[in-house]
Ligand binder design. Sequence first.
Ligand SMILES: Nc1ncnc2c1ncn2[C@@H]1O[C@H](COP(=O)(O)OP(=O)(O)O)[C@@H](O)[C@H]1O
Ligand SMILES: O=C(OP(=O)(O)O)[C@H](O)COP(=O)(O)O
Length: 655
Amino acid sequence: MSKMTIKDIDLKDKKVIMRVDFNVPIKDGKITDETRIKAAIPSINYVLEKGAKVILLSHLGRPKGERTPEFSLKPVAERLNEIIDNEVKFVDDTRGEKVDKAVESLKSGEILVLENTRFEKGEKKNDEELSNYWASLADIHVNDAFGTAHRAHASNVGIASVIPSVAGFLMEKEIKFIGGVTENPEKPYAVILGGAKVSDKIGVIKNLMNEANKIFIGGAMMFTFLKALDKKIGSSKFEEDKIDLAKELIKEAKEKNVELILPTDAVVAQKLETGVEKKIVSIDDGIEEGWMGLDIGPKTLELFKNELSNMKTIVWNGPMGVFEIDDFAEGTKQVAQLIADLTDKGTTSIIGGGDSAAAAEKFGLAQKFSHVSTGGGASLEYLEGNELPGIKSIANKKRLGERNFILAGNWKMNKTNTEASAFVNKLVGQIGNENKFEIILGVPYTALDRVADITRSSKIKVAAENMYFEDSGAFTGEISAKMLKDINTEYVILGHSERRNIFKETDEEINKKVKKALSNELKVILCVGELLEEREDGLTLNVVERQIKKGLKGVTKEDMSNVVIAYEPVWAIGTGKVATPKQAQDTHESIRRLISEIYDQDVANSTSILYGGSVKPENIFGLFSKPDIDGGLVGGASLKEDFIELANIMRDIIV
Ligand SMILES: Nc1ncnc2c1ncn2[C@@H]1O[C@H](COP(=O)(O)OP(=O)(O)O)[C@@H](O)[C@H]1O
Ligand SMILES: O=C(OP(=O)(O)O)[C@H](O)COP(=O)(O)O
């Protein structure tokens, strides 16, 4: 899986804020189905075992931003306390003093459940301030709320733009199974759809037309299709306004060579009640007026059984009939049994949440399937092929070879040669053989030769922090590209904000340096970034665009393989302020787009874009796990052992 999980990170002594989906049905104060609570327990136990403290966030129902006692999470916290070994505390608030105190006094091994996230108006609006507050309570966000993954709310998506977010085990399993069939199902692949409305499942059917070999239709949905085929459906439930759509889908299935399998008989009754007279009617004979189809019949079951027998993957979403009433539950029960039997023989089976999961549970078959999803809406949207916001926001692993990932240090005017030797020897010993990413040390001119010498036997590379754009001559105090090349310098950092702001280097001068370096076969780290006032005036992208366009003027597409961009917001350099992963990612994404406009998509995809500005072991994870952040240009932390730690963290993210 390309997402980071709780297994990929160090949890010892960390505070974890975990989003779970405890949106369970409650009747008269009693939880009627605790599947979702139980499903979250493996992740909770794991982070506790690893020495973390856990704060749990969840919504319950739809209280519309109001404190509504009937939607309190208290009964859920109490139930969790009964079924989990560790102590569960509950705080009847979502933010503020009570929450702060409860978090402060939380001990290792304890779990704290906050009140329903939807008591906050900002939750559903993915409010930034609320996200920042919840993020401030912890070091790491764990997202185990698959059921909520189709919502972009503060507690699942918002927090992830402030602190790193990783998947819990439940989320991982859901992505593995549902993501797996959406992307690459083992074939032959069948989908069984039922339930009430075609309109709910239209997106899924459309997407599945491209992947599935067979689509079976049952439930009330079937009557819209049968009506579209001019069959007599009596008083069965159907959607008049979806008949044309059903006709289109039937046509599309033919064109795409997908077998659309419709029932051949139905169980009909005159009333939707227990114990009423019922009969089995063939669809070809038609259903009489006054009678309605409430389940699929035995011939259909026989047909489904034959057609399903050699399937390697089966997805089932939606009951075949009104399974809540025993008289009309047989079709759903038999289909569930059929899928369970096939699973026994090696078929991968996935039950999309909601009513089908409830039906599987009711018939005691839930354990028999490969995967029963805890998400109804979420699993449907996922099967539609949509990228779910609550999955997108989870940190990505980096794939080796995707781009050149880089950890570059910039010592600035620090370290004498003697100090440099001792430190670099240590770096060589500990991270000198790194092969997942490049390590570059930007050192003062005086240390270049010595550091290049010490690192020669390792993979560590050396960068100068500046150079002049002329070849030689009367430029007292300056150093040329040729001089750098001669002492085995591989990179040169150009346009650093301190060069721009203290030494007043212009874009034009920087551009001359870039071209001179490249023509001398020196690789370039071109720094760009906005001042605080420019950011506040909303000018970040204008500034960065100008610096890149001018800095790269005349640089060819071929030369770009020797150029690295470093985005360093000036307000974050040496100030201890760090851009949030989201702020950095947004700018990096824009920079990559700009490079694709100047050159092309291939150049954009292969150009490494580093982030710089108060990068530390505490924040590199969140930054580097963003898709367009390819590493860091590190100032202060590159002068000490932190640099080794940064390398260790980056290594874990690359797979
Ligand atoms: N033939 C039918 N006539 C009326 N209702 C039906 C019929 N078949 C299934 N249903 C109802 O459809 C409902 C489930 O629909 P839906 O919410 O779309 O399923 P899911 O939650 O699994 O996606 C159930 O309550 C079931 O009783
Ligand atoms: O129960 C849920 O949805 P589901 O019933 O579609 O699985 C999720 O907790 C999301 O809840 P919501 O649909 O109120 O956003």
